[in-house]
Design a protein around this ligand. Structure first.
Ligand code: COA
Length: 162
């Protein structure tokens, strides 16, 4: 039996194989996995939001449980509006756990009807991050071990223009 639905939020700037690891595992647990591109106001952002959504849709084409969306507001408000009881977040290590726990507490305070589930990053996915991918792309490195193959052309195209 699967649980009803969850939200996996993030900046996804761009989607990486670390994110895909969490999305695929969440899809085995939940009937519907909303993958939400949300804004972290502390980050400048590299890819436009619509491009991040587009790349996520391409990367998740074979996961029927996934619905990709974007939202320009508080995560807690989105879970309230869509009546989503669970937020899934990936943790790569102790420092992720500390910051994620703080975020989970604030979100639960804002919407007591939701809670956060943590999934540990799979082995080999702990070192991947959006900034690492962006830096490798800027220097023309091979990204095939870090991002889904479906979005490689989009990333290469974006960085070839810079
Ligand atoms: N594997 C590999 N990398 C991962 C990962 C995983 N499982 N999970 C996250 N990462 C990386 C990301 O690529 C990203 O790397 P980067 O910073 O180098 O680009 C980094 O870890 C942070 O990931 P992300 O999940 O995008 O978190 P975030 O802190 O940027 O954003 C939001 C989190 C968007 C969910 C949060 O800012 C938010 O909720 N915003 C809405 C406003 C709001 O409600 N704010 C109050 C929150 S308390």
């Amino acid at each position: 039996m699967k649980l009803s639905c969850c939200l996996y939020p993030g900046s996804f700037d761009p989607v990486t194989l670390g994110h895909m690891d969490i999305i695929r595992r969440a899809a085995r647990i939940f009937d519907v996995v909303y993958v939400g591109v949300l804004c972290n106001p502390d980050k400048k952002g590299c890819f436009p939001i619509e491009k991040r959504v587009d790349m996520l849709k391409k990367a998740c084409y074979d996961i029927p449980e996934v619905q990709v969306l974007s939202y320009n507001g508080l995560l807690a408000r989105l879970t309230e509006e869509k009546e989503i009881p669970v937020v899934v977040r990936g943790v790569r290590g102790v420092s992720d756990l500390e910051s994620e726990s703080a975020m989970a507490r604030i979100n639960h305070h804002l919407n007591p009807n939701m809670d956060t589930f943590f999934l540990p990053a799979s082995s080999g996915k702990e070192e991947i991050s959006g900034s690492m991918v962006r830096q490798l792309a800027a220097f023309g490195a091979d990204l095939s071990n870090f991002v889904p193959c479906e979005v490689l052309p989009d990333i290469l195209a974006a960085f070839s223009k810079q």
